[in-house]
Design a protein around this ligand. Structure first.
Ligand code: FES
Length: 78
């Protein structure tokens, strides 16, 4: 679904931006131009941003406390 008609930005584009670290509407505007023209997409874009962030959090793999991947240990041993 198109979120921002002015800049042809879809939900998928927003999801990709979130997976690359975008977490605010301001960052989304800088990266994709969302809400940078007429501004009518701002509310929808913010909702999509929150949904994408929630989905990313839900699918994130848990990190075990005290776990050090073997490549960190290899670097320390050098
Ligand atoms: S619809 Fe997004 S700036 Fe116009």
């Amino acid at each position: 679904m198109y979120v921002c008609i002015c800049n042809a930005v879809t939900e998928r584009h927003i999801g990709e931006a979130v997976s690359e670290g975008v977490s605010t509407l301001r960052e989304l505007r800088t990266r994709l131009g969302v809400a940078g023209e007429c501004g009518r997409c701002a509310t929808c874009a913010r909702d999509c941003l929150r949904t994408a962030m929630a989905e990313q959090t839900a699918t994130a793999k848990p990190v075990m406390a005290g776990f050090a991947p073997s490549y960190f240990l290899a670097v320390e041993a050098v």
